[in-house]
Design a protein around this ligand. Structure first.
Ligand SMILES: Nc1ncnc2c1ncn2[C@@H]1O[C@H](COP(=O)(O)OP(=O)(O)OP(=O)(O)O)[C@@H](O)[C@H]1O
Ligand SMILES: [Mg+2]
Ligand SMILES: [Zn+2]
Length: 153
């Protein structure tokens, strides 16, 4: 149990906890909330955590995540915990979970890959390794590194 809340409570919205230290800004950029005038975001970076040593935490007022948001976040923060806050209370809590196959989100780096040549073919990658993240294209077997994945999100 944490003895102090590092950043103040929000009334309604979403808390993304257990984000790897230093990755919060990447998550914020995935959610495209930085330029939204209606969304207040609080970011705590490199705070002490029992589970992770140090972690980032993001609190977003009046914002709820969809499936695509969660799938993208799982590539950057596979152990993230999502809490839905309603009237200052946590109403729902779950982890993101990196799925075994990642369909349609990423573009294969191989220009000759069928997913780049024949347009309606959706990209599809399997997870070879989670830490560090390595994905493999289902069609051309090209491996994609974490750096390549992050550059697309
Ligand atoms: N009303 C709120 N506004 C903003 N953040 C909140 C609110 N209530 C809880 N939190 C934060 O949401 C996250 C999850 O809360 P919870 O109380 O489940 O944490 P916990 O007991 O530390 O659990 P965990 O095992 O997931 O770390 C924590 O980061 C907590 O600080
Ligand atoms: Mg905690
Ligand atoms: Zn490919």
């Amino acid at each position: 149990m944490e003895t102090t809340l590092k950043v103040s409570k929000i009334k309604d919205g979403t808390v993304i906890d257990h984000v790897p230290a230093g990755k919060a800004l990447r998550v914020v950029s995935i959610l495209k909330i930085e330029n939204n005038p209606d969304v207040s975001t609080t970011i705590a970076m490199r705070v002490q955590s029992e589970k992770l040593g140090r972690k980032d935490v993001i609190k977003i007022e009046n914002k709820y995540l969809n499936r695509d948001d969660l799938d993208r976040i799982s590539l950057v923060a596979p152990d993230a915990t999502i809490s839905i806050v309603s009237n200052y209370q946590i109403k729902e809590k779950f982890t993101v979970k990196l799925t075994k196959t990642i369909v349609g989100i990423l573009k294969c780096p191989n220009q000759g890959c069928i997913t780049n040549v024949k347009e309606p073919v959706n990209s599809e990658f399997s997870v070879v390794s989670e830490k560090p993240l390595i994905l493999r294209c289902f069609y051309c077997e090209r491996n994609m590194t974490e750096k390549e994945v992050l550059s697309q999100l």
